[in-house]
Design a protein around this ligand. Structure first.
Ligand SMILES: NC(=O)c1ccc[n+]([C@@H]2O[C@H](COP(=O)([O-])OP(=O)(O)OC[C@H]3O[C@@H](n4cnc5c(N)ncnc54)[C@H](O)[C@@H]3O)[C@@H](O)[C@H]2O)c1
Length: 249
């Protein structure tokens, strides 16, 4: 028996990077996976890959900062498959830079993708997880660190942990668990925009495990939190970061 057989999952930002790794793992283990992404063509390609491998996936295009994006996808998934069991709030848009250079548009976009989306996701969970379920919010090691030139990112990801704790308390009686995963550095296109090769080398040197993470490292923790193996875990954050948040020097 596969861990997610008969279950329905929704993954935001699932078209590439960590989200795509999560989509592939959930689908391999039997879930029907809805993929929401700003880039519909990439979401469709990710869904096609799942289907070609014998799994089930549906692609949705839209901006997760907009409440309707999450509700429309969840409504369609419910019509097709009758329920929602797992929600992974993963999408994020990030720009590093000097504090003086943060524009209203950058702030809005980071808070919109990183925090508004999680709030809308919680509302989707309240409405659609009628037989209980599991929400996993993708936070970051940045929630525990002061990363240079990443004030808004660190703030948004710290906020994700607050949303996670409070929603876990509210949703516990409904049988809905809410947890977070905090990845360390994983080479993805999103990271490539903000982190150059020299910074990557520094990050590896500072990480006790002396390597970057893989999308599979993160997907494994997300799937643990999505599965019945973590049935009594809620409000928690699992760091999957090679120990970087514990390293002083
Ligand atoms: N890669 C890392 O090193 C790392 C480390 C810690 C935390 N994270 C977190 O993991 C998550 C995934 O990161 P990644 O590195 O895979 O990023 P990525 O940029 O490679 O992928 C993010 C995906 O989200 C989509 N997206 C962006 N804005 C969106 C929006 N408004 N609406 C819908 N979709 C949108 C993008 O199109 C993309 O497909 C993020 O929450 C990120 O903060 C990543």
């Amino acid at each position: 028996m596969k861990r997610f057989e008969g279950q329905v999952a929704l993954v935001t930002g699932g078209a590439r990077g960590i989200g795509r790794g999560v989509v592939n793992q959930l689908a391999r283990e039997g879930a029907v996976v809805g993929i929401i992404d700003l880039k519909l063509d990439l979401a469709q390609a990710a869904a096609a890959e799942v289907i070609a491998a014998g799994g089930q996936a549906v692609a949705y295009g839209g901006d997760v900062a907009q409440r309707a994006t999450l509700f429309d996808a969840a409504t369609d998934l419910k019509q097709r498959h009758g329920q929602l069991d797992v929600l992974v709030n993963n999408a994020m848009w990030v720009r590093y830079g000097a504090i003086e250079d943060i524009t209203p548009e950058m702030l809005q976009r980071m808070v919109g993708t990183g925090l508004y989306s999680v709030v809308w996701g919680m509302q989707v969970a309240a409405e659609f997880m009628t037989r209980g379920g599991s929400v996993i919010n993708v936070a970051s090691a940045a929630a525990f660190l002061g990363i240079p030139q990443a004030m808004v990112y660190c703030g948004v990801k710290s906020g994700v942990l607050g949303l996670t704790r409070s929603a876990a308390v509210d949703f516990g009686p409904k049988g809905i668990r809410v947890n977070a995963v905090a990845p360390g550095s994983v080479p993805t296109e999103g990271v490539g925009v903000n982190v150059d090769a020299a910074m990557v080398e520094k990050r590896i040197a500072k990480t006790p495990m002396r390597r970057l993470g893989t999308v599979e490292d993160i997907a494994a923790a997300v799937c643990y939190l999505a599965s019945a193996e973590s049935a009594w875990v809620t409000g928690e954050c699992i760091k999957v970061d090679g120990g970087v948040t514990h390293a002083f020097l």
